[in-house]
Design a protein around this ligand. Structure first.
Ligand code: JB8
Length: 265
């Protein structure tokens, strides 16, 4: 896969030389190219922004500079998919990462200030390109660079051959079964007076699997009630349903619903 990132702070993306993604690049699995937007300015001051039409605070990034930059890195490739990090985008999830990992060529346009002139996304959509405006969460960053790091890591690790042990990916797709992960432990068996749950030393795999599923259900109920409400009840066993009932979740018309007046643990 090829990914071009365009930014006024190319040094921000230096972290992508490291670790798993750095190795994927060295191995030729990921062709990642980082560009300075100012390469496509034409004035003496290398201007990338201007004041907003209609008034208001801050500056907006100019569509003409962005158009030149994006056309250059698209390189005539009809498969190029434009990705624009923005707090007004769809919230980026593992489903988006999976879809983007199936593409051949991504162009990530990192805005700064109050963002990129809206005609840029409009122009590339009108030209028949896929354009994804995505947010990495409900908080505000100063620009799209950190979001681009998140996107490249989330997508890059899904490319064939990038994660050494594909079982890691398989286990996580259980996470796609809609639960948070269970708690994990390693040596030493006693730390700071804290022991590990005895069942994990039992060698009894069925009991260990059940214990882990119970902890995953408890954690999810406590931290992510939205995920419990989205569970497919048909895919829960009797034990799952009993535990969730204990935690205050009842089955109503094939969905789980928090019992009114249930007390949080
Ligand atoms: C200007 O919070 B964010 C984000 C904030 C931004 C831009 C892009 C993303 C561009 N401010 O995800």
């Amino acid at each position: 896969m090829r990914i071009d990132v365009v930014t006024v702070f190319p040094d921000y993306l230096a972290a992508l030389d490291l670790s798993l993604i750095g190795k994927a690049r060295q191995a030729g699995l990921l062709d990642l190219r980082v560009h300075d937007l100012r390469e496509w300015t034409t004035d003496r001051h290398r201007t990338v922004d201007d004041t907003p039409f209609g008034g208001g605070a801050g500056m907006v990034m100019r569509p003409d500079v962005w158009g030149c930059a994006i056309d250059a890195v698209l390189d005539g490739d009809p498969a190029g998919h434009l990705v624009i990090p923005t707090p007004s985008g769809e919230v980026f999830t593992q489903r988006h990462a999976e879809a983007l990992a199936a593409e051949q060529h991504l162009v990530v346009a990192c805005g700064r200030y109050e963002g990129i002139d809206a005609r840029v996304a409009e122009h590339y959509r009108a030209a028949g390109r896929r354009v994804s405006e995505v947010s990495i969460g409900d908080y505000v960053l100063n620009g799209g660079e950190v979001a681009a790091l998140v996107l490249v890591e989330a997508v890059g690790r899904l490319l064939p051959g990038v994660v050494g042990n594909p079982e890691s990916l398989v286990e996580e797709s259980h996470g796609a079964a809609g639960l948070l992960e269970y708690p994990v432990y390693t040596k030493p068996p006693v730390w700071d007076g804290l022991e590990i749950p005895e069942v994990l030393l039992s060698g009894h795999h069925a009991r260990i699997d059940r214990w882990r599923r119970d902890r995953a259900l408890e954690r999810t109920a406590q931290r992510r009630p939205d995920m419990v409400a989205a569970l497919d009840v048909a895919r829960l066993d009797k034990h799952d349903r009993a535990l969730l009932a204990d935690l205050g979740w009842d089955e109503v018309d094939g969905r789980l619903r928090r019992r009114p007046g249930a007390v949080a643990e």
